[in-house]
Design a protein around this ligand. Structure first.
Ligand code: GLC
Length: 729
C-alpha cells in the first residue's frame, strides 16, 4: 500500500533551492536536458510530444529526484489537442456554451491520454479591438459571454475530478487587461480605468475563480503602471484574498524577466523576487535557478510566501492524482481523431457559422444540377485550423471545394484560385471572372489565413489581405449570383464590397472538419444560427467599436457626411443644431457594419415576449435571491427548421456612474421546427443588475432605480421597464 505523503510533509524536507525548482515551468526540447531538470526537481515541463517521452520524464522525476515529486506537464491546448475545434471566437459565435464544453471535454481526454495534465486555456480577455490578433483566442467583446464560455471550458477541462484520466487542469488567462493594448498592438501599454477594470476585464476571471479554475496566468501588460507579473494588488489582494483563488498563478512566457524591460526591475533576480513576492507562484520561460543555484538571495523572499507557492503547486499535483499515478497508458494514448470526434467537431463547427447577409436565393445552394464555381484562396486551401494549434494537430480533412463537390453530386463543381492570400495577380481575377460568366452561381471563398491571427499578429488594416476584395468585385461584375464565405480570425472591414455581395457567411477558422461543416451550411444541411460575438467595424478608424459602450454626453442619432454644412454658432447658438455637435465621424454612418449579437438564418423567426407581472422588485428581494423571469415565444415563421438565439440585455437608466447603454445578461439558443413555436424563459437577478463601484471597498452594488430590459435576437427586440425600489426602512 503506497504511503500517501502530504504536501506539507514534503515541503518540510525541501531546501530553498528545491522549493524554487518547483516554482517554474520550463520548455526543453532536448530530452536529456529535460531529464536533467526533472532529476533536479523541476516543478513543471512543457509536453514532450508523446506519451512515452512524458512517462520517461515522470519516471526520472519520481525515481531519481530527491523527493520524487511528479511533474506538471503543460501545453496550450486552446481549441484542441489533435482534433481541432473552431477557434474560441468562433465558438462564442455559436452562443451555445455546450460547443465550448464539448471542445474542452474531448481536448482534455486526448491531452491527458498523451501525458498533458495542464492546459493554458481558456483565454477570457474581453476583446474590443480586432486589430489585436489575439481576439481569436477569446470569446469576444462582452464580459458575460466570456464568463459563460470560460466557465464551460473550465468545467469541460477539469470535469468533476482532476485525477481522472480525462481531466486536465485549466488556466484562466491573461490576468488582466492584456486585450486593452493601445492601438490593438500586441504587448502594448494599457490604460484602464478602475470602472472598466472591475466591470469589464476582471469579471470573466471572477467567474472562473468561482468555478474552481486550477490556475490563472498573469498577463504581459501593466495596470496603472504596475506590470501584472509584479502586481500584488491584483495577484494577491484581489485574486487570492478577495476571490479566494486556491490554485496557482503562473507567469506568461518570459513575463517575469520582462519586468526588466518594463523598467521596474533591475535584473532577473530582482524580477523573480518581485514576482514571487507579489503573488506569482510559477515562473515560465526564464529561470529562478542557474545550474541548480537560486538567483534570488533566500533572505530577500518571505519564507511564508515561498512555502505558500510550493504548497499550491504540490496540492495541484495531488489533486491531479500525480502522486498516486504520474504515468499514462502509452497504448491508450490518443494520437488523432476518431470517427466520433470528427463527427462532433463537424457538428460544432457548423453551429459557429454566422450568416450576415442573404438577400438573394443563392443560399442555401439548391441540390439541382448546376454549374458551381468556387473561387478564392480558400476554395482549395485546408488552412482552417486557426491560431494556437501545434504541429501535431489533425489537419483539415477536406477543402470547401472538395466538400461541396461531394455534397452536390448532381452539380458540376469547378474551382479557380481567382486570387492568392497576399499577392496581386490580375490574371487570376480575369480568369475567375470569365469562368463566373459561364457558371450558374459562384462561391467566393476568401479570408485571412490562420497565421494572420493569434499572438504577435496585430494588423493595422482590417481589410482582406492581397487583392481578394478585387476578386469579389470581379465576380460581382460577372453578373452571376454569388455568395462570399469569409474565413477569419477576427472581425474584418467588409464595407468595400458588402453592398455588391448578395450573401455573406462568416466561417471563422473552424478546425479539422471545416470544409464539411461549411458545405453542410452552404447546402442547407445545417441551417446557420450563430450570432456575432464581436462587432464588425465599418472602418479600422472606427475601432474600438463595441455594443456595450457608454452613452457619452452627446450620443449621436445619425451618421456624418463630408458634404456637411457647418452651422454658424453665431446664428444658431452652440446647442441649437440637430445632431451636429454629437459623437460621430463625418465620414461614417452610425454604428458598426454588423453588430454584436447579429446573425441571420435560412428561415425567419418572430419573438413575442410576455413579461411577467412583477416588473418591480425591492432591493431586499433581489438580495434574498429573487429573480425576474421573462418568457418569450419564439415562432419559426419560415419553411426550414432552425435555431434562434434569444438574448436578454439590461440597461441601468440612471446610476451613480456611467453604465453601458446595454449589457447582455442572458441568452439561450433554441431549436424551433418550421411553423412551430417554443417558449423560452430568461431571468435577471441581483448579480445582473449591479456593478462594481470605483471604490474597491464598496465592491458590487445594485442601486435602486429604473432599468430597461430588452429581449431580442439581434434583429428585433421588445423592451420592458423594471424598477428596483429601495430596501424597506
Ligand atoms: C505565450 C502566450 C500564452 C501561452 C504561453 C505558453 O506567450 O501569451 O497565452 O499560454 O506563451 O505558450
Amino acid at each position: 500500500m503506497k504511503v500517501r505523503v502530504q504536501p506539507e510533509q514534503i515541503l518540510a524536507s525541501m531546501t530553498y533551492a528545491e522549493k524554487l525548482a518547483q516554482l517554474q515551468i520550463v520548455w526543453r526540447p532536448d530530452s536529456a536536458e529535460a531529464g536533467d531538470l526533472a532529476r533536479r526537481g523541476a516543478g513543471a515541463l512543457f509536453w514532450p510530444p508523446s506519451a512515452k517521452a512524458t512517462n520517461d520524464l515522470q519516471r526520472i522525476a519520481v525515481e531519481e529526484s530527491r523527493h520524487g515529486i511528479p511533474l506538471l506537464i503543460g501545453l496550450d491546448v486552446v481549441h484542441g489537442q489533435f482534433t481541432i475545434f473552431p477557434t474560441p471566437l468562433a465558438q462564442a459565435a455559436s452562443f451555445d456554451p455546450e460547443v465550448a464544453a464539448a471542445d474542452a471535454r474531448l481536448s482534455a481526454k486526448e491531452a491527458r491520454s498523451s501525458g498533458v495534465n495542464w492546459t493554458f486555456s481558456p483565454m477570457i480577455d474581453v476583446s474590443r479591438d480586432p486589430r489585436w490578433g489575439r481576439v481569436v483566442e477569446g470569446f469576444g467583446e462582452d464580459p458575460f459571454l466570456n464568463a459563460v464560455f470560460g466557465e464551460a471550458k473550465i468545467r469541460g477541462y477539469q470535469g468533476n475530478d482532476l485525477s481522472s484520466d480525462t481531466s486536465i487542469a485549466a488556466c484562466a488567462k491573461h490576468f488582466v487587461g492584456y486585450s486593452a493594448a493601445e492601438g490593438g498592438r500586441d504587448y502594448n501599454t494599457t490604460d484602464i480605468s478602475v470602472q472598466r477594470l472591475h466591470n469589464v476585464y476582471l469579471e470573466p476571471f471572477r467567474v472562473a475563480v468561482a468555478a474552481g479554475v486550477a490556475s490563472v496566468m498573469a498577463s504581459f501588460n501593466a495596470v496603472s503602471g504596475v506590470p501584472m507579473h509584479a502586481n500584488r494588488e491584483m495577484l494577491t489582494d484581489v485574486l487570492k484574498n478577495q476571490w479566494g483563488h486556491g490554485g496557482i498563478v503562473v507567469a506568461d512566457a518570459g513575463g517575469v524577466g520582462e519586468l526588466v524591460d518594463h523598467g521596474v526591475a533591475a535584473d532577473a533576480a530582482d524580477a523573480g523576487r518581485m514576482a514571487l513576492s507579489a503573488g506569482l507562484d510559477v515562473e515560465m520561460g526564464g529561470s529562478l535557478l542557474i545550474d541548480g543555484e537560486p538567483i534570488i538571495r533566500e533572505d530577500l523572499l518571505e519564507s511564508a510566501r515561498l512555502d505558500d507557492a510550493v504548497l499550491r503547486v504540490l496540492r495541484l499535483k495531488q489533486a491531479l492524482g500525480l502522486f498516486d499515478n504520474p504515468y499514462v497508458d502509452e497504448l491508450a494514448a490518443a494520437t488523432g481523431p476518431d470517427e466520433a470526434s470528427l463527427e462532433a467537431v463537424r457538428a460544432t463547427a457548423a453551429r459557429c457559422t454566422v450568416l450576415l447577409k442573404n438577400d438573394s436565393d443563392v443560399l442555401p445552394l439548391k441540390p439541382r444540377g448546376q454549374r458551381v464555381l468556387v473561387v478564392g484562396p480558400y476554395a482549395e486551401s485546408k488552412d482552417h485550423l486557426g491560431a494556437w494549434v501545434q504541429y501535431f494537430a489533425s489537419p483539415t480533412t477536406t477543402s470547401i471545394a472538395e466538400s461541396l463537390a461531394a455534397a452536390l453530386p448532381e452539380s458540376v463543381v469547378t474551382t479557380l484560385p481567382g486570387a492568392t492570400f497576399f499577392d496581386s495577380d490580375p490574371g487570376l481575377q480575369a480568369e475567375a471572372a470569365a469562368a463566373a460568366a459561364e457558371a450558374d452561381l459562384v462561391i467566393v471563398a476568401v479570408g485571412e489565413p490562420s497565421d494572420l491571427s493569434g499572438e504577435a499578429s496585430s494588423r493595422s488594416s482590417l481589410n482582406l489581405p492581397g487583392d481578394q476584395e478585387q476578386l469579389i468585385g470581379a465576380i460581382a461584375g460577372s453578373g452571376t449570383p454569388f455568395a462570399v464565405v469569409l474565413m477569419t480570425g477576427r472581425p474584418l472591414v467588409v464595407s468595400e464590397w458588402i453592398d455588391r455581395c448578395p450573401a455573406l457567411l462568416v466561417a471563422w477558422h473552424l478546425g479539422t472538419e471545416a470544409g464539411k461543416a461549411i458545405s453542410d451550411v452552404l447546402t442547407g444541411a445545417v441551417n446557420p444560427g450563430g450570432k456575432l460575438p464581436m462587432s464588425f467595424p465599418r472602418s479600422v478608424g472606427q475601432v474600438p467599436i463595441y455594443y456595450n459602450h457608454e452613452s457619452t454626453g452627446r450620443p449621436a442619432r445619425t451618421g456624418g457626411s463630408l458634404a456637411h454644412k457647418r452651422p454658424d454658432v453665431g446664428l444658431t447658438g452652440p446647442n441649437n443644431t440637430d445632431d451636429y455637435f454629437k459623437s460621430k465621424y463625418l465620414d461614417l454612418e452610425m454604428g458598426p457594419q454588423f453588430s454584436f449579437g447579429y446573425g441571420l438564418s435560412y428561415t425567419s423567426f418572430e419573438l413575442e415576449s410576455s413579461a411577467d407581472q412583477t416588473l418591480s422588485v425591492t432591493l431586499d428581494e433581489l438580495g434574498a435571491g429573487t429573480r425576474l423571469s421573462f418568457t418569450t415565444v419564439v415562432r419559426n415563421t419560415g419553411t426550414r427548421d432552425g435555431d434562434e438565439v434569444v438574448q436578454l440585455c439590461i440597461s441601468d437608466l440612471v446610476a451613480s456612474v456611467t453604465r453601458p447603454v446595454r449589457q447582455l445578461r442572458g441568452f439561450t439558443r433554441v431549436f424551433v421546427p418550421a411553423g412551430e413555436e417554443r417558449r423560452v424563459s430568461l431571468s435577471v437577478g441581483f448579480d445582473d443588475l449591479g456593478f462594481w463601484t470605483n471604490d474597491h471597498r464598496a465592491g458590487y452594488v445594485v442601486e435602486p432605480g429604473d432599468f430597461r430590459v430588452e429581449i431580442g435576437n439581434g434583429l428585433t427586440s421588445q423592451y420592458f421597464s423594471l424598477t428596483v425600489t429601495p430596501s424597506s426602512p
